[in-house]
Design a protein around this ligand. Sequence first.
Ligand code: CA
Length: 223
Amino acid sequence: MRVLLVEDERKTASFIKKALQAENFAIDCSSDGLEGLQLATNKAFDAIILDIMLPGLDGLGILRQLRERKITTPVLLLSARGHVNERIEGLNAGADDYLPKPFVLAELVARVRALGRRSNESKAILLRVGNLTLDTVTHQSKRGDTSLELTAREYRLLEFLMRSTGRICGRMAILEKVWDYHFDPGTNLVDVYIMRIREKIDSNHEPKLLHTIRGIGYVLKEP
Ligand code: CA
């Protein structure tokens, strides 16, 4: 995983760099906003860490320029101030995460890793769990050699479950991701769709991939 760090405080930069290198990240550093923007534009990174107060161009300025240029690399903003307004401004400008200084290094490492994972997941075109595959470009799905016919909604549900492989998806999370509902409609909508998906991916196949975690939600698991 390759990370760009733009931070002008030498000490902070050096300890972040060491912590990430210890976790086997490849890391490029810059202490200047304009140089940082140039690096972020010309080279591919899995995640970018931007300090807000920088010489040349500040972190928010870099972020806005990147998003304007359609560079969607996940960005973690660092700020000495930690004001709520700054956080909102950062998220509005397209930041993916925000960490106020002083921070605990282990937390920074965990957040950067999560961002990198997200960026790799969004790049994945063919999702695979066991012999179940889903092509996110053509929307075609197969279990082994059998093609599965999915409605648009079933596709969204299966894509969400496959991108969350091994993690339990709660009913609320499914309602939000698949139906854009931010409330519980109090129906068995999710259960009905899970039943349809299960019928398509699991009913004629072994081993079963989709599991119910009673009272919590559902999980798609590698066999
Ligand atoms: Ca700074």
